[in-house]
Design a binder for this molecule. Structure first.
Ligand code: C2E
Ligand code: MG
Ligand code: MG
Ligand code: MG
Length: 284
């Protein structure tokens, strides 16, 4: 309880460097064994094709529920996991768990839902990264064509040659590649040439305000045009209103994701939504 209060307090008072460091060290310490203790789970957010009005897949989003510190956001602990190397076992757990969930939904008659998994740039520095992914595909028996990996444009990707080779191997296995947070990262257009993704995910920064601000709307249209001309599908993140959805549909965006359709939910929550599609806005 005492710890919890301390962190609630730090939401309102700018923590000092020392306090932040202590919190990071604490997270690092607590992260060891978090998977084994069952504190880590995946939530899933629906992805919908807005031209055909069908649910096409889900994005897996990691959650850490610590018994004392409470729910810790991935924005907080993924960077710590990256610094400490813990991202490697965590990333492996995420990928395997997501594959098993994809199969489970397929087998229980929810239809083929694509499973999109976030991969940290640091995972590409693992010499065995591709091998491990291919192993998990075989081990779980998941259809690789139903799996997407989301890569963020990042300065952490230093060896572009090596990463594009790794992505090529994954693509050849059938896995789809998505560029996440497109437009806010690093060297965007160059990445499109070298990484040849199947899907561009427009960062929610551009979606926020598209229906109010002409400039953002124009930028979204421009990104969609880039995707189109390079034969990629385009998905818009962070759709929160019907107006944004309508704008994107008219602009020719293929897919959307956002609170307007569904929050990220535990697997059972997704199943409830899929069983009652009328409860979902914009679904035929
Ligand atoms: P991301 O991959 O870009 O995921 C989208 C984030 O936006 C998620 O935050 C999601 O909950 C949030 N979001 C979705 N719809 C809306 C909306 O309509 N409005 C707003 N304001 N937000 C929305 P979350 O789950 O906190 O994850 C944050 C980031 O952490 C992710 O960004 C991703 O970069 C990273 N992350 C999450 N799970 C994993 C994972 O398993 N592995 C790795 N390496 N990174 C992960
Ligand atoms: Mg993502
Ligand atoms: Mg994103
Ligand atoms: Mg992000």
């Amino acid at each position: 309880e005492a710890k919890k209060n301390r962190h609630q307090k730090s939401l309102f008072f700018e923590p000092s460097f020392g306090e932040r460091l202590a919190y990071k060290v604490e997270l690092e310490h607590e992260m060891r064994g978090a998977i084994e203790r069952g504190e880590i789970s995946l939530h899933y957010q629906l992805q919908k094709n807005i031209q055909t009005c069908t649910v096409v897949g889900v994005e897996a989003l990691i959650r850490w529920n610590h018994p004392v510190l409470g729910l810790i956001s991935p924005a907080e602990f993924i960077p710590v996991a990256e610094e400490t190397g813990m991202i490697i076992p965590i990333g492996e757990w995420v990928f395997k768990t997501a594959c098993l969930q994809q199969i489970s939904w397929e087998q229980s008659g929810f239809g083929s839902l694509r499973m999109s998994v976030n991969v940290s740039p640091y995972q590409f520095q693992d010499e065995l990264f591709v091998e491990k992914i291919l192993h998990t595909l075989r081990e779980t028996g998941v259809d690789p064509y139903q799996v997407t990996i989301e890569v963020t444009e990042s300065l952490a990707i230093r060896d572009v040659e090596k990463v594009s080779m790794q992505l090529r191997l994954l693509r050849e296995s059938g896995i789809r590649i998505a560029i996440d947070d497109f437009g806010t990262g690093y060297a965007s257009l160059k990445y499109l040439r070298t990484f040849e993704p199947h899907l561009l995910k427009i960062d929610r920064f551009f979606v926020d305000g598209i229906d109010r601000e002409e400039e953002r709307g124009n930028m979204v249209r421009a990104i969609i045009a880039i995707g189109r001309s390079l034969n990629m599908e385009v998905l818009a993140e962070g759709v929160e209103t019907e107006e944004q959805l309508q704008f994107l549909r008219t602009a020719g965006c293929d897919e959307v994701q956002g609170y307007y359709l569904s929050r990220p939910l535990p697997a059972e929550g997704v199943e409830k939504l899929l069983n009652d599609r009328t409860a979902m806005p914009g679904t035929a």
